[in-house]
Design a protein around this ligand. Structure first.
Ligand SMILES: NC(=O)c1ccc[n+]([C@@H]2O[C@H](COP(=O)([O-])OP(=O)(O)OC[C@H]3O[C@@H](n4cnc5c(N)ncnc54)[C@H](OP(=O)(O)O)[C@@H]3O)[C@@H](O)[C@H]2O)c1
Length: 338
């Protein structure tokens, strides 16, 4: 039997303990499916939280993690017209990608523009796509408006800054390291607040002035998320899409944002969530295809420049896993299969 290399989480637990490289049978595509020989897959913090049982879904174990991939179609099932063997594609919301071959429904793969690198393609349909949705369909940030965001140096955050520079909205960017400030400004961020040595609510008031900021996105949660919602102008809207500050906690009751009720009530604000997986399953097909296509075009035209990933051979997956959550880790760890 010909086998492939798969990174498998044998049980629920800490990724450094439960992930192992296994040899598994190469899957066969059924009707309406294609098989992809995978070239590169990113390691996201959310992949690790899934393994820890702290994400929005918990798979059955053993499981192969991974939510994105780029590779080349190497076999087609029946009824997959329009796709050809040898075509380079990315997968849309297909899970279990940390392995050499992935089988996907034909409607869940998308050809990659010729000039696009594997690093960019492999990372496009989680973070940049989220930035496009949050600033577009979700908050409809208009030219001239402020958008306040936390963890501005994240891949999502960088995409938001680039979208702001392109579309003409202003970004007020919160980072936790002073050394990250220059990078944010160089990328086109309008203003930066550093929590290392600045008071967030005071600085938001200084920068945004009398009109304040009405739209915000937060992926840190905890006290910072609470401060962001409290700093918004009356009727302001905050979308919470991550909880980086709480990731290491094991007590589910601690995964909270202590929102200041007085400001929420009397300034009639909204705090709501966003999760790409729900968007991928609930959005009407036409609208989903248009938003994904727009993201691809923005990357292909150079408006969205996804930070270059750090390629790591799949055998060294342990390095990729620890890098994914290391402070100031820079580009995404990318598991590569030669
Ligand atoms: N809801 C959704 O559908 C959805 C979709 C995509 C992404 N996300 C979420 O978006 C977030 C960013 O993801 P990403 O892949 O873009 O991140 P990333 O590229 O890995 O970067 C992580 C960033 O977060 C900062 N950070 C980490 N822990 C922090 C903390 N405790 N306080 C403040 N800042 C912190 C890091 O700052 P340093 O540079 O200082 O280390 C870094 O800039 C994650 O929470 C992810 O789960 C959610």
């Amino acid at each position: 039997m010909i086998t492939m290399r798969s990174v498998v989480a044998d049980t629920l637990g800490e990724p450094s303990e439960v992930l192992h490289l296994h040899a598994r049978p190469i899957p066969e595509p059924g009707p309406g499916q294609v098989r992809i020989r995978v070239a590169a897959v990113p390691v996201h913090a959310s992949d690790l939280h899934t393994i820890r049982g702290r994400y929005g879904f918990t798979p059955e174990f053993p499981t192969v993690p991974g939510i994105e991939s780029v590779g080349v179609i190497d076999e087609l099932g029946s009824g997959t017209d329009g796709l050809t063997a040898g075509q380079r594609v990315i997968t849309i919301g297909v899970t279990g990608t940390w392995q050499e071959y992935v089988v996907a429904e034909a409607e869940r793969v998308l050809p990659v523009p010729v000039g696009m690198s594997n690093s960019t393609a492999a990372q496009l349909l989680a973070n940049p796509l989220t930035a496009v949705i949050l600033t577009g369909d979700e908050l409809d940030v208009r030219p001239g408006e402020w958008l306040l965001q936390t963890a501005a140096g994240s891949t999502v955050g960088q995409s938001v800054i680039q979208l702001g520079a392109h579309a003409g909205f202003k970004t007020l960017n919160v980072v936790r390291r002073r050394s990250a400030v220059e990078d944010i400004l160089a990328l086109g961020g309008t203003a930066v607040i550093c929590t290392e040595d600045e008071d967030v609510r005071e600085r938001i008031a200084d920068i945004a002035g009398r009109d304040g900021v009405s739209k915000a996105i937060d992926c840190v949660g905890g006290q910072l998320g609470a401060d962001i919602s409290r700093a918004l102008a009356p009727h302001g809207e905050l979308i919470v899409y991550g909880a980086l500050s709480t990731h290491r906690q094991t007590d589910p009751d601690k995964l909270t944002i202590p929102v200041f009720a007085r400001s929420l009530i009397y300034e009639t604000k909204t705090v709501r969530g966003f999760w790409l997986f729900r968007w991928l399953t609930e959005t009407p097909k036409d609208r989903m295809a248009a938003t994904i296509d727009r993201t691809l075009q923005l990357a292909d035209s150079g408006v969205l420049r996804v930070p270059e990933g750090q390629p790591i051979p799949v055998e060294k997956f342990g390095e990729a896993v620890s890098l994914a959550e290391a402070p100031a880790h820079g580009g995404k760890p990318l598991l590569v299969f030669d």
